[in-house]
Design a protein around this ligand. Structure first.
Ligand SMILES: [Zn+2]
Ligand SMILES: [Zn+2]
Length: 256
């Protein structure tokens, strides 16, 4: 399984893209930086898009992708039904942009919306996909994705501290999670459902006590203006836990 990080940040610039992951050039997770990071031919390889939650920085490129796929759709888009409903009501609503579930023609739309049940594993393009609720300030699901050759990753999406039961449900070979801001903004992180390096440490301690190991960890969704501070604090956590924790970046590729 090869993971490519298309977007690793929560703010966009010429150097930073919004959160998006790409697995084996087949399944994308989150669509913050999907079209802005990929050529048309690479976009055409996307067979499915998994969405963690409806915040704009995770769905923005569904609109541009829907327009790009006019010629080669449909592509399946998976998430909680309530998340797909928000996207239909507020983004692809025939006011802000076309409803690509029915365009260009209802018989062959650009996008097909596929609601998922939380905690129920489904097979998508040959990959076992387990959607699991995480603690953010709107309904959000993380995804454990297991390839046909049994390699697995778990991506939390945006999340604050979770109950330790989360780690009873997953046992990935790679953990991708978020660290949005440094420790001095913990009060903001707590209020908005995000992690700081100190809160990440608590999550990883829970993971280790329940699963008995720690996989390599990659962080995304960093605030670019605060990234140097985050990097220093994450390195400290990695030393304290004797863990491998790496800040993700645009274009990063990891073989699992
Ligand atoms: Zn969010
Ligand atoms: Zn976000």
């Amino acid at each position: 399984m090869e993971l490519e990080i298309l977007g690793a940040h929560n703010c966009e610039s010429v150097d930073t893209k919004l959160t998006s992951l790409f697995i084996d050039r087949t399944i994308a997770i989150d669509a913050g930086g999907l079209t802005s990071s990929l050529s048309f031919s690479a976009q055409q390889q996307i067979k499915a898009i998994l969405i963690t939650h409806h915040h704009f920085d995770h769905i923005r490129d569904l609109a541009t992708f829907g327009m790009n796929t006019y010629m080669w759709g449909p592509t399946n888009v998976y998430s909680l039904g309530s998340v797909l409903d928000v996207i239909s009501a507020h983004l692809l609503n025939e006011v802000l942009y076309p409803d690509f579930r029915n365009r260009p023609i209802p018989d062959r739309p650009s996008l097909k919306f596929c609601p998922l049940e939380p905690n129920r594993e489904v097979l998508i393009e040959g990959y076992a996909v387990l959607p699991i609720p995480v603690n953010h300030n709107v309904p959000t699901i993380g995804y454990q994705v297991t390839s046909p050759d049994k390699k697995s990753l778990f991506y939390t999406g945006d999340t604050g501290r979770n109950s330790s039961s989360l780690w009873q449900a997953v046992s990935p070979g790679l953990l991708i999670t978020e660290v949005t801001m440094p420790n001095r903004f913990e009060f903001v992180a707590q209020a908005s459902g995000h992690l700081t390096p100190r809160l990440l440490k608590e999550e990883l301690l829970d993971f280790k006590s329940i699963r008995g190991y720690l996989p390599p960890v990659v962080t995304v969704h960093m605030s670019p203006q605060l990234e140097d501070e985050i990097r220093e604090e994450v390195a400290q956590v990695a030393t304290e836990l004797e863990a491998k924790i790496t800040l993700g970046y645009e274009g990063m590729k990891i073989v699992i």
